[in-house]
Write a protein that binds this ligand. Sequence first.
Ligand code: HEC
Ligand code: HEC
Length: 255
Amino acid sequence: MKFLFGLLLILLGLFCDLAFADQTRQSGNAFLSPEMLKQQNDPSMNPISLWVDQGQELFKANCQECHQSVAAIAKAVVQFPKWGEDKSSPGKLINIEDQIASCYSKKTGKQSANDDANILSLSIFLSDAARGLKIHVQEPTDTKVKAQWQSQMNLGAQIYTQRQGRLNLSCTQCHDQRIGKNLRSEIISPAYVTGFPIYRQSWQAIGSLDRRLRACYSGVQASVPASASAELRALELFLKKRSEGMLWDGPSLRR
Ligand code: HEC
Ligand code: HEC
């Protein structure tokens, strides 16, 4: 009962968020320093540019034969995670890197992890091509699939609000209740998912949303879910739905 009530509050919150979308929701870019924004907006200074170029080469060599229009395939970026089904499995949520890795391995015969440099470059290339598109999570039409999808959405909402780790903090306690506050060298943003993958200066590397989320778990000293785990996909679905209607920023620079 308490859980259902909590869920109702979240959904109401989501509704209010959507209703006031343009005024109230800020992307993570709004929390960058002026110097970092300048670096992000200048391709000659932005380390992500190299990854976009590399992704484009890989796309031409491995993908274009089946996906002729980059603009058409880039739409997937703002729609994932989706419910993926093949004949052998009962179906589960897959995100954009899961999909890219699956197509890549079919084409090349090589199995690649989601955080493999080639998969990340391809993801960055598509993310860059999706700039300016509206986030629009696709709900399944089949009733049985829709029920499974909804239960993953509820799971994501539950994870987002439950306290965890040695610091005993929930996602919402930072990303809804401490927005704009400093945490070590960072400023807490509302955690909308509008611009991934990211180049994070403190990593000196590119990372996916999975890597970012794992860093937040470890920040509160909670046990960290594995990359590509069902838990991270459920959370991603909830976060993406929470960002519904916002404009995609493309791959982003972070502290
Ligand atoms: C041999 C043909 C083929 C190749 C090559 C291929 N794909 Fe695909 N791709 C598909 C098919 C078919 C689908 C439909 C879903 C499925 O069967 O997985 C798809 C789906 C996708 C989607 C999801 C589209 C959506 O709107 O849901 C993305 C993103 C994608 N591919 C990216 C890539 C990338 C990146 C590469 C290059 C590494 C690639 N594909 C190579 C056939 C291909
Ligand atoms: C102790 C506070 C804290 C908690 C708890 C926390 N995070 Fe974070 N999170 C941060 C900080 C700091 C950053 C980096 C600055 C920013 O973008 O907000 C961040 C970044 C993010 C981002 C990237 C936003 C962007 O635009 O780059 C997402 C998404 C996110 N967190 C989701 C979560 C989720 C989901 C949880 C719960 C599993 C969580 N966070 C728990 C502090 C926290």
